[in-house]
Design a protein around this ligand. Structure first.
Ligand code: NAG
Ligand code: NAG
Length: 591
């Protein structure tokens, strides 16, 4: 999964650093008045301007909060005693020792998944998951006594903790067992061997310590602890642990999804929480950004075929020459990113604008006025897309990542192709991007006299003699629509429950009981998790497991590279988060 902790940092730096120095001067009252007056004048000219909303947006105080509405902190009530008792345990050193042992042991069993793996049953490398399963059974005895476990496609783990009230929709917690392979030539760059699970008194080291064995072991640790306290759920809890998230999810999550659809049905879960974004310091405030959307995906193969022959009597353009011209056309005409109201990234920006205390004033003002003023929206867009991260979060990206053609220095190439990797904006679709890919090359197909077929449709056939063919296809049949956006408004009870739980978890750790120590903002994932197979199980999918994205790391946290590690303290907080979530979901009759 494309990771989150880096993302928080980038979001912050991007917003804070890109402000021109000259505009950072303190504003005088006069300037403010002038600004508001001119904004008002500009805004008034637009159709979508609402005076009332404008006033509440610019006036200080309650109205402003509407830009990024916050839920109340949600503490377990009927389970208050149990929750407090758990909290005392989590604060003990003895619990940290236990948590470290649980996670360290899981890291010590390598469960690598590779891009070229064959199906389960054929490829022996999957057998690496057997000792991992044995480890889970040994380490979480009560869980394996009290929950039912079905193995799906041999290595997919589907647990059910049956609740007493079957009118309540179950809570689904997801994580993945597999890890990204360690490159053998990088082993000596690790501070501690990658499968050591070494604990240095502060950090647990090793591949999977963060992504995503912390999530998987965090969930099981929370359930084991709740069982030790004799908790009996009213609401059923289901756990789905895939085993090839880092490659495709085809063997794991796809099968798990079928099994769950069969057992529970469509739209059968109250809330699904999977790995994803983190919380951290964004522009001077602690903000959690649970992922409520994922970008879509399309690899377009552009293939040019021409007749071959000896290269001593060549035509003006070979298939490689033509392909090169087509690729230049692509890069000269990227899809422009457009910031649109109502999109997930716009909501993120609203929250950062609202609560990021260190944002340059002019950016903050743009964020706020962009709600009503199209002019401010365009200006904000222009500021944000200067930064590649924002640009990628806002729009559809493209990157020419593969190219091939020709077999011999003295033979004309009969075929040349390239693959363009495209990540589709949440408000766009596979069809829109395919249409754009098709259109951008149309005039060149004509110019080069090529018969043009795109995604199975005949686009143009030359009347005269054709010089060859141009074909666009979904290169690996991996096209993926942007994920449905999880409802996150004030009426969305699952989102409110999750937000309130994040706040309660954060406060409990620090002994705080006031509001507004951490803010919650909807976020968007540029990568995909196993949830891509789970859309039909619930509309309420959140990618978040309360990892601390900013603080406590000695180095970059090493996800997908060398020196992956997690602070033990943060891991305990993940366990507190899952426990609080389970208890809050158990009590709620709103979700
Ligand atoms: C395409 O065909 C036309 C008509 O046969 C010819 O004049 C032109 O040169 C061709 N274009 C290329 C790039 O070969
Ligand atoms: C959801 O269900 C529809 C209709 O059965 C199906 O076409 C689609 O592929 C499913 N989506 C996912 C992500 O499983």
């Amino acid at each position: 999964m494309v990771r989150s902790s880096e993302k928080v940092d980038i979001l912050t730096t991007a917003l804070v650093e890109q402000a021109p120095r000259s505009k950072r001067s303190k504003w005088t009252t006069l300037k403010l008045v002038t600004l508001f007056a001119s904004l008002f004048a500009v805004a008034f000219l637009h159709d979508n301007f609402h005076y009332g909303k404008f006033l509440s947006a610019v006036s200080s105080g309650h109205g402003v909060a509407k830009l990024c509405p916050q839920s109340d902190t949600l503490y377990p009530k009927s389970h208050a005693r149990l929750w407090k008792s758990l909290g005392r345990d989590f604060d003990e050193d003895a619990f940290t020792t236990r948590a470290v042992a649980w996670l360290g042991g899981a890291v010590r069993i390598p469960t690598e998944s590779y891009d070229d793996m064959g199906p389960v049953g054929e490829d022996e490398r999957w057998e690496a998951f057997e000792p991992f399963h044995d480890y889970l059974v040994r380490s979480f005895p009560l869980t394996h006594k009290s929950l039912t476990l079905i193995k799906v496609n041999t290595y997919g783990l589907l647990y059910e903790w049956k609740g007493s009230d079957n009118t309540l929709k179950p809570l689904l917690l997801a994580a993945h067992q597999d890890v990204v392979p360690v490159e053998p030539e990088t082993v000596d760059q690790w501070e501690y061997p990658p499968y050591s699970g070494y604990y240095d008194g502060k950090f647990i080291w090793g591949r999977g310590s963060s992504d995503d064995k912390s999530g998987l072991i965090g969930i099981l640790a929370s359930i084991e602890t709740l069982l030790e306290k004799e908790f009996k759920p009213a609401r059923t809890i289901v756990l789905a642990f895939g085993f090839d998230e880092e490659t495709s999810g085809l063997q794991g999550a796809q099968h798990l999804s079928d099994a769950m659809l069969q057992k529970y049905g469509q739209d059968s879960f109250a809330l699904l929480v999977d790995e994803g974004s983190t919380y951290g310091d964004i522009g001077g405030s602690i903000i959690a950004i649970p992922g409520i959307a994922e970008k879509g995906y399309l690899d377009t193969r552009v293939k040019v075929s021409t007749s071959g022959g000896h290269s001593s009597v060549p035509p003006a353009h070979t298939s490689i020459g033509i392909l090169s011209r087509l690729l230049v056309e692509y890069e000269a005409n990227p899809i422009e990113p457009h910031l649109e109201r109502g999109t997930p990234i716009y909501s993120t920006i609203q929250c950062v604008g609202q609560y990021g205390k260190n944002l340059p004033a002019h950016l903050r003002a743009l964020v706020k006025t962009s709600v009503h003023s199209d002019r401010a929206l365009r200006k904000l867009e222009a500021e944000l897309i200067k930064d590649l991260t924002y640009s990628a979060l806002i729009g559809t990206t493209q990157a020419i990542d593969l190219v091939q053609g020709g077999v011999k220095a003295n033979a004309l190439p009969e075929e040349a192709w390239a693959v363009i990797n495209q990540r589709i904006a949440t408000q766009s679709s596979v069809a829109v991007v395919q249409q754009r890919d098709t259109d951008v090359l149309k005039h060149l197909a004509k110019e080069f006299n090529l018969t043009y077929t795109a995604f199975g449709l005949a686009i143009s056939a030359e009347d005269g003699p054709t010089a060859g063919t141009l074909t666009l296809t979904d290169a690996f049949s991996t096209a993926l629509e942007p994920a449905p956006v999880t409802p996150f408004d004030e009426d969305s009870a699952p989102w409110q429950l999750l937000s309130g739980t994040i706040k309660a978890t954060y406060n409990a750790h620090r002994g705080l009981n006031s509001e507004d120590n951490i803010f919650v903002s909807p976020g968007i994932m540029t990568g995909n998790t196993d949830t891509r197979y789970y859309w039909n199980l619930t509309r309420h999918i959140v990618r978040y497991n309360h990892q601390d994205g900013g603080n406590g790391h000695s180095l970059p946290n090493g996800i997908h590279t060398v020196n992956e590690h997690i602070p033990a303290n943060n891991f305990v907080e993940m366990i507190r988060f899952f426990s609080t979530l389970i208890l809050n979901a158990d009590e709620s009759r709103e979700i």
